[in-house]
Design a binder for this molecule. Structure first.
Ligand SMILES: C[S@@+](CC[C@H](N)C(=O)[O-])C[C@H]1O[C@@H](n2cnc3c(N)ncnc32)[C@H](O)[C@@H]1O
Ligand SMILES: *[C@@H]1O[C@H](CO)[C@@H](O)[C@H](O)[C@H]1NC(C)=O
Length: 251
């Protein structure tokens, strides 16, 4: 792997770190007891990092999301790690009856709610539900959704499977217990490379990357874990939405 590609993440690490650092220090200054809540500090930090990166990550994925989410999402949609709600702008309101956001970082909820409301989804009308738990918290997710179970028509994950705990069992439980038969999972994730030299660098950077980006791992084969759940209709072992990170310029 070329060194400039291998070290390309350093800019993001530096910008993310510096961008998250000052607002987080100010938050701790106002509430010193945060010093004893490392998880809370990490979430405050991530909410500011995503202020910096959310829009550009969305921009980079726009073409894929336009083809993946807009024509396919319908019914009750569950968005894993909804963040600031970037996925909402890809939903066709005439076909999506309810948007359920699973977002454990409560510091992201205000923006998420604003984005949803601008798109016509709100809690009063029963078209919006924001759950402050993690994707792995299946029993809480189910407890907020009315029977019959499984309750969800469309499960969406955009850049989230990289940071959930116990990803394999979480994905499997979500598909088995939360997704209706006939329902679909739409995902757009950065994943483990198929090139050994790139994998070496993904593993090299992951510990540091995870500190700045809320536990995000660069080395997860999330797409394979989704396929491995099995029971997909017309299963072929193929995965359409392969997401590789890179920049290609025609010679
Ligand atoms: C990289 S952001 C992506 C946000 C959004 N999906 C988007 O496309 O803009 C990852 C999100 O996953 C959330 N997250 C972290 N741990 C999670 C968990 N255990 N379950 C669900 N979401 C989680 C983070 O709070 C963050 O909002
Ligand atoms: C599940 O989510 C609820 C509500 O946010 C929380 O009180 C509970 O501690 C969570 N449980 C686990 C196992 O994460």
């Amino acid at each position: 792997m070329r060194l400039d590609a291998a070290f390309g993440v350093v800019t993001d690490l530096r910008l993310g770190f510096v961008g998250g650092l000052w607002p987080t220090i100010i938050a701790i200054w106002h509430v010193p007891s945060l010093l004893f809540q490392p998880l809370e500090i990490s979430r405050i930090f991530m909410s500011h990092v995503w202020d910096l990166y959310g829009d550009s990550a969305d921009e980079a994925g726009r073409a894929v999301k336009n083809g993946l989410i807009t024509p396919h999402a319908y019914g009750v949609v569950l968005d894993l790690g909804a963040g600031h709600g970037h996925t909402i702008n890809y939903l066709d309101h005439s076909r999506v009856t309810k948007y359920v956001a699973v977002e454990p970082n409560v510091h992201m909820h205000a923006k998420l709610r604003r984005t949803a409301s601008a798109a016509g989804y709100n809690e009063d009308a029963g078209t919006l539900l924001i759950l402050p738990c993690g994707a792995e918290n299946i029993s809480t997710i189910l407890s907020y959704l009315p029977a019959p179970h499984p309750p969800v028509d469309t499960l969406i994950s955009v850049l989230t499977l990289c940071s959930i705990p116990s990803p394999q069992s979480t994905i499997s439980s979500l598909v088995t217990e939360v997704l209706k038969p006939g329902g679909q999972m739409l995902f757009y994730e950065h994943v483990l490379s198929e090139r050994e030299d790139v994998v070496w660098w993904q593993r090299f950077w992951t510990p540091l990357w995870g500190i700045v980006f809320d536990g995000c791992r660069l080395d997860r084969p999330s797409h394979r874990w989704i396929e491995d759940v099995g029971g997909w209709e017309g299963e072929t072992g193929e995965c359409l939405f392969w997401h590789r990170v890179g920049r290609l310029v025609k010679a």
